[in-house]
Design a protein around this ligand. Structure first.
Ligand code: NAD
Ligand code: WQD
Length: 350
């Protein structure tokens, strides 16, 4: 299939582009590079070449902001004129910092929701009505320490989460307006970490990382002095926060399967949790990272981070059933691959 990947140069997008190309799909990326580097896509092509998997001519890229509807229209039009239209979209593009969204809600509504409205308008215009959307576990209300199912109460507590709910709602409205035309999957990711096992692709945050894993790898690399654990008084196995960490390549493969599921089944809109179903505490993650990489991480404890909750773990049974998808890579593998990426690319993609 010919697939448009928005935000394809980013962390999850670049790994998904690789998985799509390895599966024989044709990939077009549109990205503004506001939080990424085009080098990631060159690395994807290098990986394909090194594996003798260069079944395609590479990746077509379009450097543009999705809020520019004209560029999007031209992109769809150009492919239609070539006789092979864009058949589906995987929509990663957006801003993702919870803290930034609290201080700049207008920016988040403009970029995340505004971009999605443009994209969906153009898709509709060109009869491209299959989309896989990057949603997030952040949309759920508190979980009472039970694995979260897709029908758990939706109650985001920050503007970033609110924009994800708004886009899901928009997709629902669109589906209901033409149920015989749209095929939509809202993939709700839990906590993606790790990197491609080659060390060629990984997460390259700009500035101080707000998520746990890049922070740990940067402390391990000596870029930052110590790691701070936010709270040791949560009602969890060891008092530290529990999350469902998923290897980014398992997540990437989930996208390929979700797309193929949509195409091969009746028209529908479906919400799917992509997580492993296993809860890992901050201390367990740190200890695993230290053990498998034989490296020390200086740490200290502080009070709880505002807006945090104790435990967030997926019930992934619906995704497992529908997509025939099982996340295969262990926590150990996530830590080994993530450290390999950090040590081979201390400054990210440069
Ligand atoms: P990322 O920042 O690495 O990737 C997002 C990409 O979108 C970047 O390449 C960025 O340059 C691009 N982009 C942003 N705004 C754009 C615009 N207006 N036009 C064109 N390109 C634009 O983030 P990621 O971690 O790969 O996340 C991908 C998606 O998954 C995001 O929508 C994010 O909200 C969602 N998500 C991420 C996580 C996570 O923990 N990483 C968890 C749940 C959901
Ligand atoms: C994980 C655990 C922290 C940093 C966020 C977003 C969510 C989603 C994924 C996009 C928690 C602890 C962290 C540190 C720590 N993103 N921690 N010290 O909060 O589960 O989710 O990223 O959709 O929307 O909210 O992930 O990596 O920030 O934290 O102790 O320096 O690590 O308290 O228990 P979170 P995280």
């Amino acid at each position: 299939m010919k697939i448009l990947v928005t935000g394809g140069a980013g962390f999850i997008g670049s790994h998904t582009c690789l998985a799509l190309l390895e599966r024989g799909h044709e990939v077009i990326v549109i990205d503004s590079y506001v939080n990424s580097n085009s080098q990631s896509l060159q690395r994807v092509v290098e990986l394909l070449n090194s594996n003798n998997l260069n079944r395609s001519t590479g990746i077509e890229t379009c450097s543009a902001d999705l809020r520019d509807e004209k560029v999007l229209d031209q992109l769809f039009s150009a492919h239609e004129k070539l006789g092979k239209s864009i058949e589906a979209v995987i929509h990663f593009a957006g801003l993702k910092s919870v803290n930034d969204s609290v201080h700049n809600p207008l920016k988040y509504w403009d970029v995340n929701v505004g971009s999605s409205i443009n994209l969906l308008s153009v898709m509709n215009r060109y009869n491209c009505r299959t989309i896989v959307f990057s949603s997030s576990a952040t949309i759920y209300g508190f979980s009472n320490n039970k694995p979260i199912k897709e029908n758990t109460l939706i109650k985001p507590i920050n503007p970033y989460g609110t924009t994800k709910v708004a886009i899901e709602q928009l997709l629902n409205d669109l589906y209901n307006s033409q149920p015989d035309k749209w095929r939509i999957a809202n993939l709700r990711y839990f906590n993606p970490i790790g990197a491609h096992h080659s060390g060629m692709l990984g997460e390259a945050p700009i500035g101080v990382p707000s998520n746990i894993f890049p922070y740990i790898t940067q402390v391990a690399a000596g870029v930052r002095d110590e790691f701070t654990i936010f709270g040791n008084d949560w009602p969890t196995k060891d008092g530290t926060g529990v999350r469902d960490y998923i290897h980014v390549m398992d997540l990437a493969e989930g996208h390929v399967l979700a797309l193929e599921y949509l195409v091969n089944n009746q028209n529908q809109i479906i919400n799917l949790n992509l997580g492993t179903g296993k809860g890992t505490s901050v201390l367990e993650l740190l200890n695993t990272f230290k053990r498998v990489n034989n490296i020390n991480i200086p740490l200290r404890f502080s009070s709880r981070r505002e807006g945090d909750c104790g435990s967030v773990v997926a019930d992934n049974s619906l995704a497992a059933l529908c997509l025939e998808w099982t996340p295969e890579r262990s926590l150990e593998q996530m830590c080994i691959d993530g450290w390999k990426w950090q040590s081979l690319n201390p400054k990210g993609y440069i």
